[in-house]
Structure formats: C-alpha cells, structure tokens
Design a protein around this ligand. Sequence first.
Ligand code: PMV
Length: 350
Amino acid sequence: MTNSSNSGSVGWESPSNIALIKYWGKKENQLPCNPSISMSLQNSFSRTKLTYQAKGKENLLSFLFEGKKQKQFELRIANLFENLSDHFNFLKEFQITISSENTFPHSAGIASSASAMSSLALCLCSMEEEVKGIKMSKAEFHKKASIIARLGSGSASRSIYGDFVAWGKSKSLSNSSDEYAIPISQTTHPVFQDFQDTILLVSSKKKEVSSSVGHQLMNNHPYASSRFAQANTNFDRMIAVLQSGNLDEFIEIMENEALSLHALMMNSTPSYTLLKPNTLELIERIKSFRSSTKIPIGFTLDAGPNIHLLYPKSENEKIIPFINSELTSFLEKGKYILDKRGKGPQKLKI
Ligand code: PMV
C-alpha cells in the first residue's frame, strides 16, 4: 500500500503493431470474432501524458494531440470514459488532461489508434495505482491495461506487450482470451530476432471507409463463417511457425491473411477497395524479387493501401537497395519508414 494521491501526472510510450493474423469482425464490447497475432513495432509509438486533479466545480476532460486541441479524439475518449466506470470508479472525480504525440507521421499507414489507445490505457492503470494508493502485480497491471485498450480500439489490446502477441480465444492456446491479449514470444525462433518491418507509403490520404465500418460489414458478410474458420487455422499455423522459424510458411500465411482481409472488403455489401494500383504493382515486384533471389521477404497490409515488408535483419543489405532501385518510384514522395520488432511499452519518468 502506498499513499493515495489527489493530483499527479503519469505517462507512457506505447507502440503500434502490425497484425500477421488479422482481426476483422467483432461482437459487442469489442470482442473479436477470431483470434489474431501481431508484432509490436519499435520506432512507431505514441507518447501520452495524463495529468489529473481532484474535481473542483467542473468535470473537465481535455485532449491535446501534438500540442493542439483535438475535439474529435476528445469526444472518442469521453465516450470511452463513460464505458469505463466499472473498471475505474474514480474517473468521474477528476479533471483530466491528456496530451499525446506520435513518433510517426499522421496517416502514414501505421495504426495510430493502437498506440494511442494502448498508451492511454496504461496511463489510466498507472493513475489508478496512484489515486487508490495500490500497486498491482506486473501481470495484473498489463492484463487490465490490455482490457482497457481493447475497449478503446480492438487492436490496441495487443500493443500492451512487445514482440509477438496474441489476442482472442483459441483452443490451441490455453491462456488466450477474447478480453485481453497475451505475449507469445517465450519460444520464438531466433530468425525473428530484430525482425524488420519496412513500411512502404503508397498513400497517406485518409481512408474512405473506417475500420469500424469494415468490422460492421462482417456482420452480414456471406463469407464470415469461412473467414473465421480460415483465421483460426492460420492462427494455429502461425503459432507453430513462430517456433519453427519456417519463413516460407510464415510468408505464405501472412500474405494470405493480408489479401483475405482486402478480399473481404471488396465483396462486402456495399463493397469498397482500399488497395491502390501502386499497391498491386508493388506486390508483383516483391513477389518476383522473392522468386528470383530466394530472399525470404513477405508483405502484409493493414486496412489501407500501404505495404509492410517483413524480413530477417540479415537481409537488410540486399533489400534496402532493392527498395531504392525498384520500389520507391511507386511510393508517395518516394517515402518508406524503417521499423522492426519492438520491446513494448515504456513508462515515462515524470
Ligand atoms: O483495432 P481496429 O478496430 O482499428 O481494427 C484493426 C483491424 C486491422 O488493423 C485491419 C487488423 C488488425 O488485427 O490489426
């Protein structure tokens, strides 16, 4: 038991993640229709600070993004707070100011809701410890943060941990849950050490259809049940591949997941396409480079046109020249972002 506190500040840095097995389709309370697996990133993260003060007359919540008031996200957080009263019964008693910034450019095809919501969830758990004067165990703290992050944005539940992470109940993983994510890197093969994720920027435009609409369209999707069965099979195979280090199989599963996600968008009603012609051109070039060089490089896609290129660190010397000579002309302003497997959130010393 430590002293409880009426005012203070807490802060966390928390990463974005890239899904290898995709979460697409959800039930009430942001519970997923199938289990997913992601890799947390190292360089792409949100840095969030939360300042709290016991409430005077006003019940203020204010949210600043990169120093500026951001009304839209503030509203999203206010709605989230309404749903969190069971988890944090003290929230209504405080005025809260949240300020957040990202290390990666806005709309760069990097999931910002995952890093933003996970860093906020971690801040709220730290605040709880301070205002109640308690100290949770590390495992308890992370589990609670993952549940809270999930309520903010499903994929954010996975950003609470570094390395490879699973979220969603699966028969093959006994401690898995729909409510929170769990780390799965205990026995990962050394080939995935420092695994690279180079993000090719095809377009930074805001996407025409949000992920929440995409999830909803899975409710009446004609392929929903076969998709969830496919995701479960791919999930089991990916768990095995992360241990065996079989990169050919890793690439096959990861690309199958990426293209299945976009296929589901294309045959939703109404249908939509987030891939751009340059995305397809790049995919062809990546495949042909792989088949001629035998270098184990594979791609995945988030809900957008940008490509995540995943490959072992040892291949960097061959892959960067390939990107520079054959791919950059298809990228927005020739830009790409170098990232890799990361170690997970860090508490800020404030
Ligand atoms: O967390 P949301 O609701 O933004 O959904 C994310 C969905 C995908 O990024 C396409 C897949 C995933 O598992 O991260």
